[in-house]
Design a protein around this ligand. Structure first.
Ligand code: GRF
Length: 229
């Protein structure tokens, strides 16, 4: 796309999804695409793990997949090699939007800056707090009253790009980290398609020009999804 007019026409938004694990969020995108609730076309799925169940989900939906395993024949694939292959694949698929849904490799600043399309990430915390891993455990240990998930623009700094949307819940002090994870995942399954819908409808307009570092085109963010659980 040549400018910041993502999702402004009537064509489905072309979405590429990067995954590393179960792919429950990918499944929600597949389901909402197939039911017509979400005006997207998932043009391909890239996994950095051979054992990611997300690959099975994509194949069952006849979505092209690319496996760029971080370990092949006992050798670790460096991030630069991964990115070279991922870039070629994305060039082929020509997505309007790249979604990191449970993708667990840290991408280089060059890959992010020169990305063919804007990139968003789903993170299991109310950013800017609890960046990084083990968010549910850390939230419980800190005795937080609120927790949730965020969708943010991917930038070179980990989990630090503009937060587009959030969904939140009240933490039951007796809750375990696993229980909290399950609760947050339920929120994620609503937040991610909702956010992509806002992008596809042009409510959220992402900057596709990486030379601009200007958030003024965005509405007051984050937009918050309140869900009755
Ligand atoms: C999600 O909880 C996401 O927040 C985290 O990884 C998990 C991915 O789950 N980054 P799935 O693979 O979509 O089931």
């Amino acid at each position: 796309m040549s400018d910041s007019s993502l999702g402004q026409n009537n064509k489905p938004l072309r979405v590429a999804v990067l995954v590393s694990g179960s792919g429950s969020n990918l499944q929600v995108l597949i389901d909402t695409m197939q039911s017509g609730e979400l005006p997207i076309e998932i043009v391909g799925v890239i996994s950095n793990r051979e054992d990611a169940y997300a690959l099975t989900r994509a194949k069952e939906a006849s979505i092209p997949v690319a496996l760029l395993s971080h370990v092949a024949n006992g050798k670790r694939m460096g991030i630069k090699t991964f990115e070279t292959h991922a870039n070629a694949q994305l060039q082929d698929w020509q997505p309007d939007l790249i979604v990191l849904a449970g993708f667990m490799r840290v991408l280089s600043s060059d890959f992010i800056q020169y990305s063919i399309a804007p990139m968003i990430n789903l993170h299991p915390s109310l950013l800017p707090v609890y960046k990084g891993l083990d968010t549910h455990q850390r939230v419980i240990q800190a005795g937080e009253r609120h927790h949730g998930c965020s969708v943010h623009v991917v930038t070179a700094e980990l989990d630090a790009g503009t937060v587009l949307t959030q969904a939140l819940l009240e933490v039951d002090p007796k809750e375990t980290a696993d229980g909290l994870k399950a609760q947050v995942q339920k929120l994620e399954h609503q937040l991610l398609p909702w956010t992509i819908l806002l992008i596809a409808k042009g409510v959220l307009t992402l900057n596709t020009d990486s030379s601009k570092n200007d958030d003024s085109y965005l509405p007051a963010l984050p937009l918050t999804l309140f869900i009755d659980q």
